[in-house]
Design a protein. Structure first.
Length: 318
């Protein structure tokens, strides 16, 4: 059984601590934020996932958008296999793979290095023509803990006024990776494998793609902002000053704490998140130890769609 990630909303009152079933075993879960994020305990990812476990994880991913599973001890091959249960995995055109597994991105931060996820909210791969639908991140038991901040872009869209939604609904945003990963933005040794978190020098670095500012989830019709600080460069048909004013306003809006949660990624934790409706970042804080974690991205089945694109009706019978 392979899962399909769909959009959904969850009211704060339905996100209290609760227990679910994975096979014959009861699994405890607790919310990590008022409208985003869930921690699932006592679910071991080392054995092959039963359909009931996959269904439980899929349900939480659809509803809570960010799922944290603690206490995992996985080989990279097993981590990749877990990702494949949720869909086809993606070989990233810029971020380098690790240990002979091109789909597993190696993210290393050594003492004194800049964290590649720090400083700015980002949508994973939004500079690609077909961005990933979801991501999994594994912090091995030997790696120290760190924090990540996630923001629900569906909640952020809902927090805009009707007039603001009308103004932004049909805008198109240009995206590019060059300001974040280009030769002038990073240590050039990362392109030769002589520095942590290796990068792949490719045409993707310098390409610009366009996606709507507002994404519509094809199954449910739910809308969310589709902008970030790292890769959203300009708004189509606006000059740089006008673009910057709108993008900066929306970036500040998406940072509001009521739209997100801050998660401590403990050693042995696996995170999963909806990469199309959740932006993320690592806080800019000094780390006095080397941190090595791994990421797998899942291919999307459809392109990002805007408000005026065809939207399929939700399946009410399911």
């Amino acid at each position: 059984m392979n899962g399909t990630i769909q959009g959904g909303t969850t009211s704060p009152s339905s996100r209290d601590k609760k227990r679910g079933k994975a096979g014959k075993k009861e699994i405890e879960s607790r919310p990590l934020g008022s409208g985003l994020g869930i921690e699932i305990r006592e679910l071991d990812l080392r054995p092959d996932l039963e359909d009931s476990s996959l269904t439980l994880l899929q349900k939480h991913l659809d509803e809570d958008r960010v799922v944290c599973l603690s206490g995992q001890e996985l080989s990279l091959q097993r981590f990749l296999e877990v990702g494949r249960r949720f869909g086809a995995t993606q070989v990233y055109p810029i971020l380098g793979g690790g240990q002979g597994l091109p789909e597993v991105v190696c993210i290393e931060k050594r003492k004194g290095d800049r964290d590649i996820f720090s400083g700015r909210l980002r949508l994973l791969g939004s500079y690609l023509a077909n961005p990933p639908k979801a991501a999994l991140l594994y912090n091995p038991p030997s790696s120290p803990s760190f924090d990540m901040i996630f923001s629900s872009l569906a909640l952020a869209w809902g927090g805009l006024s009707d007039l603001q939604q009308e103004l932004f609904a049909n805008l198109i945003v240009d995206r590019s990776a060059v300001s974040e990963f280009g030769p002038e933005a990073v240590d050039p040794r990362r392109y030769t494998g002589q520095a942590p978190s290796p990068l792949i020098y490719s045409d993707t670095l310098f390409q610009s793609v366009q996606h709507p500012m507002v994404r519509v989830e094809p199954q449910s019709g739910e809308k969310s902002l589709y902008i970030d600080e790292a890769f959203s460069s300009t708004v189509d048909r606006l000059n740089k000053e006008e673009s910057r004013a709108i993008l900066d306003f929306l970036a500040d809006h998406c940072r509001k704490p009521e739209y997100g949660c801050r998660i401590t990624v403990w050693p042995g934790a696996v995170l999963m998140w909806d990469a199309r409706a959740v932006s993320f970042m690592a806080p800019t804080v000094p780390v006095d130890k080397t941190r090595l974690c791994y990421m797998v991205a899942l291919n999307a089945e459809e392109d990002v769609t805007g408000p005026n694109d065809p939207v399929s009706e939700p399946d009410l019978a399911s």
